[in-house]
Design a protein around this ligand. Structure first.
Ligand SMILES: NC(=O)c1ccc[n+]([C@@H]2O[C@H](COP(=O)([O-])OP(=O)(O)OC[C@H]3O[C@@H](n4cnc5c(N)ncnc54)[C@H](OP(=O)(O)O)[C@@H]3O)[C@@H](O)[C@H]2O)c1
Length: 332
């Protein structure tokens, strides 16, 4: 495994993080979930990403059990808050009330007394940013959270948060967690430059586009049995990539990966890590073999010719519009 600093903070994270959205507590049984976590640990992964909302708390519980017995200070555990955790108006968003309650619940479910990184899972337009930053800062001062970050915030939102934290003398955000892969590059025009200026690192999600960049989804064919596209929840999220034009282009990457001596999964994960504003790529997995395969991307360099060939093949299937980074206008 290779390691990077999280933005310009002092925290070091593994280049490959393991995340449990869709899988733990939902798509896969606990035995498979534990085997995936074990595979990640065997590969030297120390950073683990989850959220309160994943399977409504069950994903945090499964991860907590799978990590039990590991040396806590040898791990970096990330969780998040924002999406609804109950029926009430205050069971969601980034109010002081919900942040404080949700953090307590996450700590209990994970079986730990601190989170290394606590992330605002989207921007909340219904809460003053001052209130959100003050609540996060209190958690840091109480020792319940070491660092704070955000997920899928726009450049101007990141900049506002940094300015406000400085004016108010509050702890500042050190990371952003956006979607980023060869096909989805919405952060490149604005979020990455703003993050570089502000000292944030990206912890990117869906580096293999939820499995699409492995090439296992073939144009004109049914999705493979047991894959995310066949899962009731996962199928809704992956569908944006399952178009024949995109899948045909992905098939044309197969010889490039072979020539580079990498699997398709490794090529995709290595591609996001070429961006030096990326601190870590969070991989998901439904089987331990996938973790072993993808984690081998750590430390791999892709030369300029290979990067150019990838761009030529993917062409206008690549999404680059910064307005794709968006939080709900109202709390969900
Ligand atoms: N902040 C946010 O809003 C947000 C949103 C999404 C995700 N995330 C975080 O990012 C993490 C990763 O997201 P993701 O799961 O979409 O990432 P991903 O790594 O792009 O996709 C993972 C999925 O691809 C398939 N796969 C992985 N390796 C494979 C291989 N070698 N061969 C064939 N199939 C393979 C598996 O699904 P199947 O085997 O089921 O096909 C696996 O569950 C999440 O767990 C979460 O922590 C955050």
């Amino acid at each position: 495994m290779e390691f990077r600093h999280l933005g310009n903070s002092g925290l070091v994270v593994s280049e490959i993080a393991y995340g449990n959205w869709i899988t733990h507590g939902s798509q896969i049984e606990e035995e498979a979930a534990t085997a995936c976590v074990r595979a990640a640990l065997d590969e030297g992964v120390t950073s683990f990403d989850t959220a309160d909302v994943y399977a409504q708390g069950r994903a945090e519980e499964v991860l907590g059990r799978a990590l039990k017995g590991e040396r806590r200070d040898g791990l970096e555990i990330f969780s998040k808050v924002y999406w609804p955790m109950g029926p009430g108006k205050n069971d969601r968003g980034l109010s002081r009330k919900h942040i404080v309650r949700s953090c307590e619940d996450s700590l209990r479910r994970l079986g730990t007394d601190y989170l290394d990184l606590y992330q605002a899972h989207r921007f909340d337009y219904e809460t003053p940013l001052e209130e959100t930053l003050r609540a996060f800062d209190d958690l840091v001062r109480q020792g319940k959270v070491c660092y704070i970050g955000v997920s899928e915030w726009r450049a101007e939102e990141i900049e506002r948060a940094l300015k406000l934290a400085e004016e108010m003398g509050l702890d500042r955000i050190v990371s952003n967690q956006p979607q980023y892969n060869m096909l989805w590059r919405a952060i490149e025009p604005e979020v990455v430059p703003a993050s570089r200026r502000g000292g944030l690192g990206q912890i990117v999600f869906s580096p293999i586009a939820q499995g699409v960049l492995t090439g296992k989804y073939r144009p004109g064919q049914d999705a493979p049995a047991g894959s995310r596209a066949t899962d009731e929840t996962g199928g809704r999220f992956i569908s944006r990539f399952l178009q024949d034009d995109v899948l045909e282009r992905v098939q044309r990457l197969v010889p490039l990966a072979e020539e580079a001596g990498m699997s398709m999964g490794q090529l995709a994960v290595a591609w996001v890590l070429q961006n030096d504003n990326v601190s870590s790529a969070i991989i998901g997995a439904s089987r331990p073999e996938q973790v072993h395969d993808n984690a081998a991307a750590a430390g791999k360099r892709l030369d300029d010719d290979l990067m150019r060939s990838i761009d030529e093949i993917l062409g206008d299937a690549v999404r680059r519009d910064p307005s794709l980074t968006v939080s709900p206008a109202e709390r969900p």
